[in-house]
Design a protein around this ligand. Structure first.
Ligand code: ACO
Ligand SMILES: O=CC(=O)O
Ligand code: MG
Length: 525
């Protein structure tokens, strides 16, 4: 074995970084590292083609898979039959207990959009999962509040980091390991059997896939892992986030590749919007209005969710709705509006045929449950609602220019403020934060960053007059830095300055970096 741990060892880390676990990570790396690099090369080449004006379409070479009416995905596994409410969140101890007890059917234990991937967060998150399954996680906090996992906890579904990221604290042959393989591998090696013994299973959400070949790579990882530990092929279940524009053209193929492990598709709306800006940001017919105006009912978002439900149900897979970014507030007026918006969002999804949806906060579980109860009643899902009347064309998926709305001075300032504040939180080790009454995470912050870049790139006119220029953006950023510094302890100044520098590099440069996380990761020791 040739693996180095370059991060510090803290209490109980050796339980997660055991010889058996490290052997498994090395085996995964040897088998799949080169294929991951090929995936990233393919992504880069595709983005370059789009920058030159090409647009995606449905693939002619896989038309046979789409036309074949006969194939289906695996049947739903224990704990994943009724998914009407799923709560998402990071894997710190408090959130773990709260999510398991929230009343949601599923907990998406997040190493991705909601996690700042510090070494501590990554390893302690794995420890918390082991402890939660073993029922050894109970604790009392400094306030004297007792945290005990209740009798009917949510089913755990782990979301590893995407293929673009590495875990620099684990190095094989001088190279950092894929963060996807680390998050998947550590959970799988420690918890697959534990979960099976508990009547559940090793379940995953797969983020940010761009095409069906990436799904094939994951399927091969699953086959390898199941054989390695000696559990039957087809034990794992994976729900894929359709959160890139390219994956939207390959939903059928993604389910097909993963069919022995597939549990459904999720409409990851925030990364989806980010992906549209990232891929087509140079085109003036793809300029989006203010972030708050890109709702789920604008034509290109509607086309995407309608196609997702139809595709899933045709293949026997669950269709899961996405995240309304509104969270409960202590301000009663703000709270009333937020809860009404979440309710409208969940009711629309249930009416459209989704089988369940996501909430970001325990205070929203009931609203989501009620919205789906009203449509599902006692049925666990609505897979029988085939939505055969839905037809979605490539033009529909790409109809970004039919999005109503405007680019405003407030929208520009808001994006700069949110991106800055989120980066500050992320650098401080927090991957999801309430900012101006909305849940912000890596995906929503990416939209804010990329909109600034897109509007600058096009010198977009503002509704109030004037245009988006580098001078205007720099002045707003300086202003927002000053406001944030004034709110915070002087000890936070350096981090805020670092956050502003990352935002300058990733939103004001000529080229748009594919992810801020790959740029900012160097700051995590
Ligand atoms: C684009 C996407 O990928 S969406 C999915 C990724 N994003 C996420 O998962 C975000 C998840 N949500 C969160 O992290 C949080 O709700 C935040 C950060 C937005 C707000 O959290 P807080 O500021 O702690 O909210 P608030 O003070 O109202 O929390 C009240 C209680 O609910 C708990 N709580 C809040 N959200 C969650 C959650 N998602 N899971 C579990 N517990 C939660 C808090 O821990 C707190 O518990 P306590 O009373 O025991 O101390
Ligand atoms: O992961 C979910 C998203 O909306 O992005
Ligand atoms: Mg996402």
């Amino acid at each position: 074995m040739n693996i180095q741990i370059t991060g510090p060892m803290a209490d109980r880390y050796d339980e997660i970084l055991s010889p058996k676990a490290l052997d498994f990570l090395v085996a995964l790396d040897r088998e799949f590292a080169a294929r991951r690099v090929a995936v990233l090369d393919t992504r880069r080449a595709r983005r370059a083609r789009y920058a030159e004006g090409q647009l995606p379409g449905f693939l002619p070479e896989t038309a046979g898979i789409r036309a074949d009416p006969d194939w289906r995905v695996a049947p739903p596994a224990p704990g994943l039959v009724d998914r009407r409410v799923e709560i998402t969140g990071p894997t710190d101890r408090r959130m773990t207990v709260n999510a398991l007890n929230s009343g949601a059917r599923v907990w998406l234990a997040d190493f991705e959009d909601a996690l700042a991937p510090t070494w501590h967060n990554v390893i302690s998150g794995q420890l918390n999962l082991v402890d939660a399954i073993d029922r050894r996680i109970d604790f009392t906090d400094q306030r004297g509040k007792r945290y005990v996992v209740g009798p009917d906890p949510a089913t755990i579904v782990v979301r590893p980091r995407g293929w673009h990221l590495v875990e620099k604290h684990l190095v094989v042959d001088g190279r950092p390991i894929s963060a996807s393989l680390v998050d998947f591998g550590l959970y799988f090696v420690h918890c697959a059997q534990r979960q099976l013994d508990a009547g559940s299973g090793p379940y995953f959400y797969l983020p940010k896939l761009e095409d069906h070949r990436e799904a094939r790579l994951w399927n091969d990882v699953f086959r390898f892992a199941q054989q390695y530990v000696g559990i039957p092929q087809g034990t794992i279940r994976a729900t894929v986030l359709v959160e890139t524009i390219t994956a939207a053209f390959e939903m059928e193929e993604i389910l097909y590749e993963l069919r022995e492990h597939a549990a459904g598709l999720n409409a990851g709306r925030w990364d989806y919007i980010f992906s549209i800006i990232k891929n087509f940001g140079c085109r003036d017919d793809f300029v989006l209005p203010d972030r708050g105006e890109v709702t789920m009912t604008v034509p290109f978002m509607r086309a995407y969710t309608e196609l997702l439900v139809r595709t899933c149900h045709r293949r026997g897979a669950h269709a899961l709705g996405g995240m309304a970014a509104f969270i409960p507030s202590r301000d009663p007026e703000v709270n009333t509006v937020a809860l009404a918006r979440v309710r409208a969002d969940k009711e629309r999804e249930a009416d459209d045929g989704f089988d369940g949806s996501w909430v970001a906060h325990p205070g929203l579980v009931e609203i989501c449950r009620e919205s789906f109860d009203a449509v599902l009643g006692d049925r666990p899902h609505q897979l029988d609602r085939l939505r055969a009347e839905v037809t979605v064309t490539a033009d529909d998926l790409l109809a970004v220019d039919r999005t109503p709305g405007r680019v405003s001075a407030d929208g520009l300032r808001g994006n700069i403020a949110v991106a800055l504040r989120y980066l500050d939180a992320w650098l401080g080790g927090t991957g999801a934060a309430a900012i101006f009454n909305l849940m912000e995470d890596a995906a929503t912050a990416e939209i804010a960053r990329c909109q600034v870049w897109q509007w600058l790139h096009h010198a977009t006119p503002l509704a109030e007059g004037g245009r988006v220029t580098p001078d205007r953006v720099r002045a707003l950023l300086a202003d927002e830095v000053a406001t944030l510094c004034a709110e915070r302890d002087p000890a936070d100044r350096q981090r805020i300055t670092d956050a502003a520098a990352i935002l300058e590099r990733t939103a004001l440069a000529d080229d748009l970096p594919a992810f801020f996380t790959t740029e900012a990761y160097a700051h995590h020791m």
